[in-house]
Ligand binder design. Sequence first.
Ligand code: ADP
Length: 659
Amino acid sequence: MEVRELPLEDRFVEHFEEKGIESLYPPQVAAVEAGVADDQRVVAALPTASGKTLVAQLAMLTADGPALYVVPLRALATEKYETFSELPGVSVGVATGDYDGDDDGFEDDDIVVATCEKVDSAIRNGAEWVERLACVVVDEVHLLDARGRGPTLEVTLAKLQRLRPDQQIVALSATVGNADEIADWLDAELVQSTWRPVDLKTGVYDDGAIAFEDGENRRIDADDRPPTTALVADALDEGGQSLVFVNSRREAQQLAAELADEGFAAAPEIAEEIGPDATTSTGEALASAAKGGVAFHHAGLRAEHRSIVENAFRERELRVLCATPTLAAGVNVPARRVIVRDTERFTGEGYDPLPVLEVHQMFGRAGRPGLDPYGEAVLVATGENADSLRERYVGAEPEPVESKLAAREPLRTHVLATVAGGFADSREGLRDVLASTFFAHQRDESELRDLTDEVLAYLDATGMLRRDGGLAATDLGRLVSRVYVDPLTGAEVVEAVETAAAMERVTALTILELVCDTEDMTTQHVRNDEAGRLSEFAMRREDQFTKSVSEFEGNFQSWLGTLKTARLLADWADGADAETIDERYGVAPGDVRRLAESAAWLLSATEVIAEHLADGAVGRDADAESDAAADGGETADADYESVVDRIRETREALVERED
Ligand code: ADP
């Protein structure tokens, strides 16, 4: 089937032809036959690089109104935004920034690219553009399985369909065990295939040779070198790049340094490009590896360095990339040979084998269409495990996608948002919404009832929702839902702001400790050698915290992590550079950015909640005064306004620092 034969306007046909897309790949033909360009709902479960983006574009460009493209990661939003922006005469918007606020900026866009959280937030804030969507494309829909964002994805899809029941839905998925179940849930046609534009050879390296699945046995000249080094050298001999997956940042850096020492291929220009601001230990390590033509890729890298690395690898200036599994799921960085060195991941307690789906996504990166004759995916055996590796990952079915909605955390968030957003005003109404989730399709809505009741009681007890007769959100509940924090965070913020309002001394550190000690913040680990100094610091500044340090309630050790995070953010807001933070706290620049971003978002949510408390406090103080007068005691002297001011200053300092 030719692009010309599709029901597309000429300008789009020309655009695709200019991109070298003239005839459709077989899975794309199947999607068209399933009606993707004809408003039909389609689930496309296809391997990496099989052309899912075109399938999405066919749906969006033929839809009878604006379209939404939902991505799981911000990094992917930018990539897709750039791709769609090239479409002639199409206006594209991208929504990934702040979680709060109603973006009315998308009213005139034909395509909006957004993370699922952003869509959820727009629905909660009553943004009009989400109500008009004729077509919704969901990228990486198998992430319904993810503990964090899976529930948000399923509830958001359920709500979108309520807002516009005739909406076309196109869900793109990696090859998973139960794509049919997802298609059933969405009432969509399933298009499933294992076709790839480049052949994939999968094998296990053991004892000096790769045993491929197709029967080929390739001897590798190891020369006493570690297996991974030998495999990389062998690919380079054939003119191919290698992408090596390991299980931690440290391993990625260490392996990159070792491989760079082999002197395979130098890339001094890239080292120079990274060099000028490689002031942190991570940056220095990267520049140094790049001199030897090798790089590493992990979440600790600064965004600028990550994109230098990705581009240089795509341009073949870097020949070897050592990455943590995060690279497998997102960005398009293919290589001739993918080497999966580590198939286990540290969970905090022990090592767990990686899911088949994840390893298959790593495999999927092998082979660059038009450049490589085929792609090779190689698992590295250690000791006696060659057979078990083969059995587990080669030719094995990936796990089925399973809903993660049945847990307290996602339910309290989504129950509150459903009621606050006007989707339900009674228990029955709530059940009705929950009945249209993927969980209810896979299991049964009734299995959520006990947990839902528990969550409703919690939301009532924390003053966010009332259960008299029907269900209604309070002003506080509506605010918490709109500013997009977990209700637990909301409750923590209310308590801490009330404490702060009665304190003598409220500093930036008070405010940062307050937001770092909420459910929505991830905090830094405290090393043994830091714990003593941090506790001393905490004692000295006890008057500045909303918690009692000397009579601490809860896990003190973990609170020290909160304190460490708050201190490093205070330094950062104060102007300390990445190098100083790295020296003082041993935290990589990419992480500092992420912490600062989360804190800035939580600070703006906290500011809104604190303002609400300040407004209410006027009435409450009067009550307290008369109570106190009746008791003959003193008036509570709570100063909410100063707390609000301090929150605002702290947020502004942090935000300014980000630019
Ligand atoms: P996926 O999203 O499935 O991983 P992409 O949509 O990114 O894959 O497509 C991978 C590459 O294949 C892109 O560079 C794209 O331009 C190219 N491509 C897609 N469809 C065709 C086609 N029919 N003919 C030629 N190239 C295509």
